[in-house]
Design a protein around this ligand. Structure first.
Ligand code: GDP
Length: 444
């Protein structure tokens, strides 16, 4: 899953720090040495790592003792804040205002996910009430033009009629004119890719950027290619002046090297991430949420946003409040399970829950499969109201009764209680920290 290896590595570093009542400069230095190795193994650019470690060390050593946090937590907090900074500090929305139509060009190597991203972006913008227009300008592969027509059909967005006989720059010019004519407000230009950076391609892209007023040039890269993605992004940026980056296939990127380096190296923000092959698998990139995920704090906000789309709004808000106030009972756990069941793709959703990484490492970790969820649900349903409100009263005889009532075993009941208390612990640990910036949501 996303950033999984890095999360595991950092977690074991911080576990050691937690044992200390007080941290010495030496403890911090030791920890930072390990963080450094973890980042390098995650394929983060070495210069970026060096600066990162220097910044964290300085802040962690010079830190005043905050009574609400243990020394170990304080170091985690510093690392979290620096990660947010590294990832771009704040969300960078698409520029969609000013003279209409606006034009967005997608550029990148072949196979990076440009065409798919064009379709996803069109879908997302249409949902926001805009009128996108998809423009196939990859004239070297007839299949690419065809692919965009298919995607346009699927998302209900018109596609410019281009052929392999046309020159890309003419396609762009004619498409923008047609958009003006027909009242489309967002032109999305899908361009050709090559296997490697190549001068002919750069010239072609530069020609397009001179021929039509582009508000965005988004560089699309496959996150799994790590530092290679960053090197290519840097090259595109110096030739083309990109305005932002889209990292695709990030759901499978266990290391995170590209995500953590590209902003520092190019100076250009990650605007979107691709999290799957389906057309709804594109997300606005939130540096703070990503940092929380990397540190195994989960991504509660994204989870809630997803929940809000599919489920009962009132319940989702209640859940959000409980998570923030740490009054999360077994009853809420049950609610959450039911919502998760409605939302599909369990593995991905589970990753958003705080502390889930820890749970996965337990020997009897609950697997995110439907049957497990149903069992968990049955177990919680066999508890009394009192038990659901206060898990501490669930003693051995109650456990036996619950197992019997749910047709499971005491071991299975224990496992559910253990996942629940682990979750509580995780939330408590991060309480009071600005991990989740409450409620503020910017528009796309
Ligand atoms: P292009 O050559 O740059 O236009 O790349 P495509 O859009 O054709 O994508 C190449 C492959 O990557 C296709 O199989 C896509 O389904 C896949 N792909 C694109 N974005 C994502 C993503 O975010 N996650 C995953 N898993 N696959 C993706």
């Amino acid at each position: 899953a996303m950033f999984e290896n890095l999360t595991d590595r950092l977690d074991s570093v911080f576990k050691k720090l937690r044992g200390h009542g007080k941290l010495t400069e030496e403890n911090i230095q030791d920890a930072m040495r390990e963080v450094r190795v973890a980042l390098l193994e995650a394929d983060v650019n070495y210069k970026v790592v060096k600066e990162f470690i220097a910044a964290v060390t300085e802040k962690a050593v010079g830190r005043e003792v905050l009574s609400s946090l243990s020394p170990g937590q304080q170091v985690i907090k510093v690392v979290h804040d620096e990660l947010v900074e590294l990832l771009g500090s704040h969300e960078e929305p698409l520029r969609l205002d000013g003279r209409q139509p606006v034009s967005i060009m997608l550029a990148g190597l072949q196979g990076s996910g440009k065409t798919t991203t064009a379709g996803k972006l069109a879908r997302m913008l249409r949902e926001k009430g805009r009128k996108p227009f998809l423009v196939p300008a990859d004239v070297y592969r007839p299949a690419a033009i065809q692919q965009l027509h298919v995607l346009g059909e699927q998302v209900g967005v018109p596609v410019f009629d281009s052929t392999t006989e046309d020159r890309p720059v003419d396609i762009a010019k004619r498409a923008v004119a047609e958009a003006e004519d027909k009242g489309y407000d967002t032109v999305i230009i899908d361009t050709a890719g090559r296997l490697h950076v190549d001068e002919a391609l750069m010239t072609e892209l530069k020609d397009i950027s001179r021929a039509v007023p582009l508000t965005e040039i988004l560089f699309v890269a496959d996150a799994m290619t790590g530092q290679d993605a960053v090197t290519v992004a840097d090259k595109f940026n110096s030739d083309l002046e990109i305005t932002g980056v889209v990292l695709t296939k990030i759901e499978g990127d266990a290391r995170g090297g590209a995500a953590l380096s590209v902003k520092k190296v190019t100076g250009k923000p990650i605007k979107f991430v691709g999290v799957g092959e389906s057309l709804d698998a594109l997300e606005v990139f939130h540096p703070d949420r990503a940092a929380s995920r990397i540190l195994g704090m989960g991504d509660v906000l994204s989870l809630i946003e997803k929940a809000e789309k599919v489920v009962d709004q009132k319940k989702a808000r209640k859940l959000a409040r409980k998570l923030q106030k740490n009054t999360f009972t077994l009853e809420d756990f049950l609610d959450q399970i039911q919502q998760i069941k409605k939302m599909g793709n369990l593995e991905q959703l589970m990753d958003m829950i705080p502390g889930i990484n820890k749970l996965k490492q337990l020997k009897d970790a609950p697997k995110p499969d439907e049957r497990e969820l149903i069992k968990t649900e049955a177990i919680i349903r066999s508890m009394t109201k009192k038990e659901r409100a206060n898990h501490k009263i669930i003693n051995a005889s109650r456990r036996q009764r619950i197992a019997k009532g749910s047709g499971t075993t005491v071991a299975e009941v224990n496992r559910v209680l253990k996942s629940y208390t682990m979750m509580l612990k995780m939330m408590k640990k991060f309480r009071g920290k600005p991990v989740v910036r409450g409620g503020k949501r910017r528009k796309l």
